[in-house]
Design a protein around this ligand. Structure first.
Ligand SMILES: *[C@@H]1O[C@H](CO)[C@@H](O)[C@H](O)[C@H]1NC(C)=O
Ligand SMILES: *[C@@H]1O[C@H](CO)[C@@H](O)[C@H](O)[C@H]1NC(C)=O
Ligand SMILES: *[C@@H]1O[C@H](CO)[C@@H](O)[C@H](O)[C@H]1NC(C)=O
Ligand SMILES: *[C@@H]1O[C@H](CO)[C@@H](O)[C@H](O)[C@H]1NC(C)=O
Ligand SMILES: *[C@@H]1O[C@H](CO)[C@@H](O)[C@H](O)[C@H]1NC(C)=O
Ligand SMILES: *[C@@H]1O[C@H](CO)[C@@H](O)[C@H](O)[C@H]1NC(C)=O
Ligand SMILES: *[C@@H]1O[C@H](CO)[C@@H](O)[C@H](O)[C@H]1NC(C)=O
Ligand SMILES: *[C@@H]1O[C@H](CO)[C@@H](O)[C@H](O)[C@H]1NC(C)=O
Length: 398
């Protein structure tokens, strides 16, 4: 048994020795690598709602809802050598942010994508993330590998929730997915909200020998966590063609959302160069401010007017409500007369709960109220039934 193993190893080793120099020479010349700390004057292939802003943000947004867009590295990348059909190892990292019109609702997400074509023609927006359509979703002829940052739960694709990261192979039904979170150095996973508007970093690593893909997520400025968020053992060789395009796909749904990529680094057969976080473009704060001016200010003004109107109405009503109506009998008790306003407060607005009972007196109805917090009333009380008596003049309510 042992001996056979040794022979096998020697045989394999000799093969490696022969192949290795060849592999290296073929591979080295084709290894693509690029690092963009912001996209100012970067040549990307853009379509749909994808734009590069003046300060170098890659932005996917549109006022018109349910749109899609793509941003691809413009030239195809070799993912396999000419000798065999085994997909290379690769590594990529990018910083993204999702800013929504509403704090708890967004849509639909953004995905890192490896595809045989740049534009993903025929793909749909909204829940399809600009990746597939209803006829080709799940089709093995797609040859698409994607890491989705999905912010809407689409039950048709068995999404776990509206805040997840997934590895999608040829389909929006993720091969593996999990709630957005990251492994903190203090131990344990901490939840993240993809649509928080805060930049977050993603690392995607594929090991062509182990045939394993890892996805790691963390808030910006947090070092890459030691434990990945997702780990999928899957040979990408049958999915990935010899040359592929890499980039991003994003789509919007019914909620005005902006998806941003702040920086992106990629390397074939090696570790992607670290992004320089301090060099990344800033997210548009002005956008929120202009939103405040265009949407917020009119709302605030309308509210102010409403508040003013209701305030004036209140004052008028109050004045009327507490207007004194003096009756003959009241004049007899001149000094003991209480203002309607004081009685109103003491009886908590002549609340039913404060009523003790109803009494008839001089052919008029009187309600007895308890007013423990208005001792002065005791004086008035003795004049009547040894109880607190307040006459509620119902006409005054009108
Ligand atoms: C990245 O690719 C360029 C050629 O495009 C090469 O000169 C450079 O050495 C590569 N850098 C790394 C880190 O592989
Ligand atoms: C939104 O997308 C539509 C269709 O793609 C396009 O005509 C329109 O100019 C875009 N609007 C903005 C503000 O980008
Ligand atoms: C961008 O890249 C494409 C593909 O390599 C090329 O055809 C095009 O000329 C480039 N554009 C600019 C402005 O460099
Ligand atoms: C990708 O590879 C498959 C099978 O190897 C092939 O049928 C398909 O045409 C390729 N796609 C592109 C866009 O080259
Ligand atoms: C779906 O996408 C495929 C691949 O791009 C395309 O050939 C097909 O026409 C699309 N189907 C529909 C219904 O748009
Ligand atoms: C894949 O696409 C082919 C050709 O468009 C179609 O015949 C087949 O039914 C599709 N398979 C699935 C699983 O959708
Ligand atoms: C983290 O998110 C998951 C899934 O949404 C939830 O079940 C869990 O309670 C959250 N944990 C904390 C500490 O908020
Ligand atoms: C994925 O993560 C696991 C656990 O940290 C690690 O052992 C493995 O080497 C990683 N694989 C890749 C492809 O980075």
């Amino acid at each position: 048994m042992k001996r056979r193993n040794v022979y096998a190893n020697i045989a394999m080793f000799s093969k490696l020795v022969i192949l290795l120099p060849l592999l290296i020479s073929v591979v080295a010349s084709q290894d693509t690598n690029f690092t963009y700390n912001g996209f100012r004057s970067v040549n990307l292939s853009l379509d749909g709602i994808a734009t590069i802003t003046s300060n170098g943000l890659l932005e996917f947004t549109n006022d018109t809802k349910q749109q899609k867009g793509h941003a691809f590295y413009p030239t195809p990348i070799s993912f396999k050598n000419s000798l065999n059909d085994i997909a290379f190892s690769f590594s990529t990292t990018f910083v993204f942010a999702i800013v929504s019109e509403y704090p708890t609702l967004s849509g639909h997400g953004i995905a890192f994508v490896i595809a045989p074509t740049r534009g993903l023609p025929g793909s749909l927006p909204s829940q399809y993330l600009g990746l597939f359509n209803e006829t080709n979703n799940g089709n093995s002829t797609n040859h698409v590998v994607s890491i989705e940052l999905d912010t809407i739960q689409s039950h048709e694709f068995n999404d776990i929730n509206d805040n997840h990261v997934g590895v999608d192979i040829n389909s929006l039904d993720s091969d593996t997915s999990t709630s957005a979170c990251y492994y903190a150095t203090s131990g344990g996973f901490m939840n993240l909200t993809l649509i928080s508007g805060h930049p977050m970093q993603v690392w995607v690593e594929y090991d062509g020998i182990k045939k394993q893909i890892n996805v790691t997520l963390a808030p910006i400025n947090v070092d890459k966590p030691k434990i990945p968020l997702l780990s999928l053992s899957r040979d990408l060789s049958p999915i990935i063609n010899k040359t592929m395009y890499v980039g991003f796909s994003s789509s919007t749904g019914s909620v005005l959302t902006s998806h941003y990529v702040l920086g992106w680094s990629f390397k074939m057969n090696g570790k992607a160069q670290e992004l320089v976080l301090s060099q990344l473009p800033k997210l548009p704060r002005g956008k929120e401010r202009s939103k405040l001016l265009t949407i917020g200010l009119p709302i605030i003004l309308v509210r102010l007017v409403l508040v003013a109107i209701s305030g004036i109405t209140y004052v008028i009503k109050r004045k009327r409500k507490f207007a004194e109506l003096l009756e003959d009998w009241e004049l007899d008790y001149g000094p003991h007369r209480f203002k309607y306003k004081d009685l109103y407060i003491a009886t908590k607005g002549f609340r039913d709960k404060e009523q003790l009972c109803k009494v008839e007196f001089n052919q008029l109805s009187y309600w007895l109220y308890s007013m423990p917090n208005l001792l002065v009333f005791q004086h008035l009380v003795t004049l009547y039934l040894g109880e607190f008596v307040v006459r509620v003049i119902s006409e005054m309510e009108c």
